[in-house]
Write a new protein. Structure first.
Ligand code: TMP
Length: 213
């Protein structure tokens, strides 16, 4: 398959969404291919509907395995409806979260196991992996504090989890960094927005020089 699949990962409150929006102000004019931005959970009508179920703070009784399967299900739909067609059309896809979120949050945060969660995701996506992943590194406590400050009344079900959960998720990401050093690159997300944007574009340029004009 042609095209380029780049994913953005990190703890809650790392600022991924803000940075992607900033990058998009200048990046498309620097590259040879059209760029599309998508997100998980979500990215298509069915996947957004699954997102609402997963993140609804009223769904407190959701079983951890159900949660992992719903994330995998929305991902399968997202891949087939949005990501694969865009790759076939030779586009660059930026996805705000993808499989590593499930490995870190469900695999490690929920104790389901990285290997087990990877297996259901490989089934859901037919083994579609990103070409490059940027990990937005921020201390989980700082990330949660940012969310509280920016959106004091609107935490979703996952964000409402205690700090101990988010610290496990962070450890999960550290494990993934060890497992996939070629694919996952670290961005210091505690820096200013301008600096985080510059770090991100520099990494993309270094890893995928062929996409630039
Ligand atoms: P967001 O805040 O980046 O929109 O993501 C929503 C929440 O879903 C966030 O707390 C991370 C969580 N999540 C998982 O637990 N597993 C996944 O596979 C994905 C994509 C997100």
């Amino acid at each position: 398959m042609s095209g380029y699949f780049i994913t953005f990962e990190g703890p809650d409150g790392a600022g991924k969404t803000t940075i992607i929006n900033e990058i998009m102000k200048t990046f498309p004019s620097q590259v040879k291919y059209p760029v599309i931005v998508t997100r998980e959970p979500g990215g298509s009508k069915i996947s957004e509907a699954i997102r609402d179920i997963i993140l609804d703070p009223n769904n407190k009784e959701m079983d951890d395995r159900t949660e992992a399967l719903l994330y995998a299900a929305q991902r399968g739909q997202h891949v087939n409806e949005v990501i694969k067609p865009a790759l076939k059309a030779n586009k660059i896809i930026f996805s705000d979260r993808y499989i590593d979120s499930s490995l870190a949050y469900q695999g490690v945060g929920r104790d389901l196991g990285i290997k087990e969660v990877k297996a259901i995701n490989d089934f859901a996506t037919n083994n579609l992996n990103p070409d490059l992943t940027l990990f937005f590194d921020i201390d989980p406590a700082e990330g949660l504090a940012r969310i509280k400050k920016l959106r004091p009344d609107a935490e979703d079900r996952l964000e409402q989890e205690r700090l101990a959960f988010h610290e496990k998720v962070y450890q999960g990401y550290q494990e993934l960094l060890k497992q996939y050093p070629e694919r996952i690159k670290v961005v210091d997300a505690s820096a200013s927005i301008t600096d985080v944007v510059a770090q991100s574009v520099k990494i993309i340029r270094k890893q995928l020089p062929e996409i630039f004009k």
